[in-house]
Write a protein that binds this ligand. Sequence first.
Ligand SMILES: Nc1nc2c(ncn2[C@@H]2O[C@H](COP(=O)(O)OP(=O)(O)O)[C@@H](O)[C@H]2O)c(=O)[nH]1
Ligand SMILES: [Mg+2]
Ligand SMILES: [Zn+2]
Length: 314
Amino acid sequence: MAEAAPRDGLVVASHGRHCVVETEDGSRRICHPRGKKSQAVVGDRVLWQPPPAGRGEEGTVEAVQPRRNLFYRQDELRTKSFAANLDQILILLAAEPVFSEMQLARALIAAEAAGIAPLIALNKSDLPEAWERAWERLAPYRAMGTPAHYTVLPLSVSQAPDATRQALAPLLAGKTTLVLGPSGAGKSTLVNLLAPGAAVLTAEISQALNSGRHTTTSTALYWLDAARGTALIDSPGFQEFGLHHIAPTELARCMPDIAAHAADCRFYNCSHLHEPGCGVISALKIAPGAGGISESRYKIYSALHAELSAAPRY
Ligand SMILES: Nc1nc2c(ncn2[C@@H]2O[C@H](COP(=O)(O)OP(=O)(O)O)[C@@H](O)[C@H]2O)c(=O)[nH]1
Ligand SMILES: [Mg+2]
Ligand SMILES: [Zn+2]
């Protein structure tokens, strides 16, 4: 019997090699890749095929459609994809637990390198003392660029859900947004607020994907509207955010406050670490609010430059 023509689908969850594909009528099923080339990530558009009659429920991914973008991290050992075809990345931080500025910087650099717009939110504004301290630490990010390169939003997801919905609705509408952030920041609370069925769906998906297997993490896409035009993707893995796919010479370009001064350097191939006439080093004397570069951001630049210079290049 001839096989039916492959059908269009969207990958809405993935774990290991298998994934959940949503069909055009909105139904979902587990699929396995046909081969290495059909290994898909959440957000991928795929061509998939149901099993022949009598061969169970699980389908196969025949091909992954060309990607608009792919957001990933890479360390010494492996490349880990978060998701594909994103419109933006929402980095959710909180007053507590205290966030790592280095992790924030890494996620922003990876977003810039992939050409995906980032949005930052600082949650738990109902904890005023800790929140003010964290807001202050974000000063260089709030000040970066004119007009502001990064939007930094105050939120209180669990204590002010209506205000949270109102603040985010216009920023998320019609887009696919990857939500990233440290554990405890409020990502699940946010996804459950905006996509009310999410908790149940998560349980179902992880049960289906992990039947019999032991696992803790997977990435999943949730629709926020019945028309399936607005989506959030919840993903673990903000920690250990390797940037080995970025060359040290590309780093300045991916840090907007550093990039703004790199054109002022005497040498076109300035590393901004020690050269005379370096525009970046001169900008350390200017306050971040007045277009300068903060000490913390320059430290992050130097540390990452050293890390990426030591990394093996593929
Ligand atoms: N005080 C306060 N706690 C919050 C807020 N949003 C979430 N939380 C709490 O923070 C904890 C971690 O939230 P969760 O959504 O699991 O974070 P995740 O690890 O990023 O998914 C939970 O106890 C939430 O109830 C908020 O706006 N204010
Ligand atoms: Mg969570
Ligand atoms: Zn320089």
